[in-house]
Write a protein that binds this ligand. Sequence first.
Ligand code: FMN
Length: 400
Amino acid sequence: MSLQNKKFLIIVTGSIASYKACEIIRILRKEKCEVQVMMTESAQKFIGKATFSALTNNEVLTDMFPDTPKAGLEHIEHALNMDAILVIPATANILGKVASGIADDLVSTTLSVCEQPTLFAPAMNYRMWQNPATIEAVDKLRNRGKLVLNPEVGALASLHEGEGRLPEISDIMNGIRELFEISLPLKGKKVLVTAGPTREAIDPVRFVSNRSSGKMGYAIAEVARNFGANVTLISGPVSLPPVPEIEMIKVETADDMLLAVQNCLVADQNSIDFLFMVAAVSDYQLENIEQQKIKRSKEELNLIFIPAPDILKSINGNIQGKTIAFALETENGEEYALRKMKEKGADYIVLNYANEQGAGFESSTNRVTVFSKSGKKIDLAKNRKDRIAKQIIEFVLNNE
Ligand SMILES: Cc1cc2nc3c(=O)[nH]c(=O)nc-3n(C[C@H](O)[C@H](O)[C@H](O)COP(=O)(O)O)c2cc1C
C-alpha cells in the first residue's frame, strides 16, 4: 500500500528545524498527496509562508482570526477532511499545549478538534526534551494513541550533543506509513539496489550499452522503501525519475558501478541486509578508449573488448546480508540462472527472459522465476514490474 492520493495537514511549529518540513512536503507531493500547511506564529519567524505555499500550491493557514473572517471555523473544518495530521517539527510548547488541552491559537485549536491519526516529530534542545513536563506530555499523547517519534541523537543547533534533533526524514516517512497501518517488514533494514545499464565508452561521443531501462531495479528500490527500508540505489544511465526518499548514486560504466558498490559496502561496514543486483552491467569494455572522436573512413573498424569487472563475483556473498542476483537469459534459463547463483555466491536468483513479449528489458511488465540457494522456487506470472518487485521481496522475506 502506498501513500498516493492521501490528504495531509502539515503543522509547522517554531523550531530551528522548521525548514526541514519542506523536504517531507516535497516527498509527499511527489507521491501525489495533497498537502495543506498550517503554521504557528513562531514558525513564521523561522520560515516564510511563501515557501510552503509554493511547495503545496495551497494557501497557508496561520490565523485564527483573519482580517476577513471566514464563516464559522472554516479553517478547522478543512482540517477535519484530511486523512492525517503531521506536526513537523513539534516544539516542546506544542507537545505541552496539546497534552494539556490548551487551544489558544489556530494550530492548538485545530489539534484539539481533530481526531485523525496524528504524528509529532519533535525537535528541541536536549534539556527541553528531558524536561519532566515534556516527558509527561509525550506520555500523555502516546497514551491517547498519538504517534510521537523520538528525536535523533546528535549535534543540536545549540552546539550541544544530545537527543533533540528532528528525526531522520526516512524515520518520519516510516512513521507516516505507520499511521495508515502500512506494514513495514523492512523497517530498520539497509537495502542496496543496482539498476539500469552501464555504458562503456568507445570514444568521446560513442558508447556500447544494452537495452536495460532500469524499471525493475527502480521498482525493487521503491517497494523496499515502502516496506520501511533505508534504501540506496546505484543507477546506470536511465530516463526514469528519481525515487523519492532514497539515496541515489548515479554511475556510467561497469568500473564506476563496482566502485560505488564497494564504497557503499565499506561505508556501511558490510551491514547491508539485502543487496539486489538488478543492473545489467556490461560484460565487456573497450581495451582502449579513443581520446578523439573516431573519424568515418572506408576502412573496417575493429574494436577490442576485454572483460568488464564482474561485480557480483567480486562480492561473492561476502556480505552479512543476503544477495539477490538477477539473470536475464535467452535460452536454458533455469540451468544458467542456477549456475550463476552458485558460482557467484548469491542467496537468490531472479530469472527473466530477454526474448519474451512483456518481460525483460524495457517492458513495464515482467515474468520471472525466483530460486533460492536452499532449493525453493517460485514462478511469478506476468505482471507490472512494481507488483513483481513486491512479490520478489516477499518471497525473499518468507524464505530467509
Ligand atoms: C533560535 C530559536 C530556536 C528555537 N528552536 C526550538 C526548537 O528546536 N524546539 C523547541 O521546542 N523550541 C524552540 N524554540 C523556542 C520556540 O520557538 C518557542 O517555545 C515558541 O514559543 C514555540 O511556539 P510554537 O510552539 O507555537 O511554534 C526556539 C527559539 C529560538 C529563538
